[in-house]
Design a protein around this ligand. Sequence first.
Ligand code: PGA
Length: 245
Amino acid sequence: MVANWKMNKTRDDALAFIYAINESLPSSDKVETVICAPSILLRDLVKRQGDNLRIGAQNMYFEDFGAFTGEVSPVMLQTTGVEYVIVGHSERRSLFGETDDMVNRKVKAALNHNLKPILCVGETLEQRELGITSSVIRKQLELALDGVEIKDVTNVIIAYEPIWAIGTGKTASAKDAEEECKNIRIAIKELYNAYTADETKVLYGGSMKPSNAKELLAMPNIDGGLVGGASLDPNSFLELVKDCL
Ligand code: PGA
């Protein structure tokens, strides 16, 4: 279960949040719980993460160092002790001009630095209405994973996030979410092999909350969630983590 706090929480709020949940989290061999926080908070959170919590970043650039004002590199993330990084979130793609090529470079840079990329794919409302959801996602996956070797691909976590469901209160039905997560697994099988497809973690994201999580998480191809709004409150996030048990 992955929290995506987006551009929310001061340092005090963030620390209070993890102190509130650390002791109540299920063991990490049962549920992998991750908080993806703003870069400036990462080091402080890693220092205080309990045994069952892991911390991730929400973005990074793909070069190690250089004249890239305002960017944070995989080397820098690695030194904070984070283990995950969200790559290709639709807000990055639409608001900050991230292309499929940049997403691909970021996925590979993350893997080269022992960070697990949480790769986001998803369709717009227009694409859904045109009936091209599965082909859009397939294309995003192929481009994002281009050149990623089979030995690395199970370290990529894939998040299916229909763009029209993010932050809107509209959730994909469990059936539709399952259908696309299943297609993602089929794509991994075709691009790699069946074993890799089984081992790859596929998450659903888009207005997941305690009232709809159980139904989504019960689906055979949905392994967990990437949660924005409902991850900002510790009780609601804890409930979502426990729904994975
Ligand atoms: P949401 O965001 O849960 O607020 O819809 C999910 C996401 O953008 O990862």
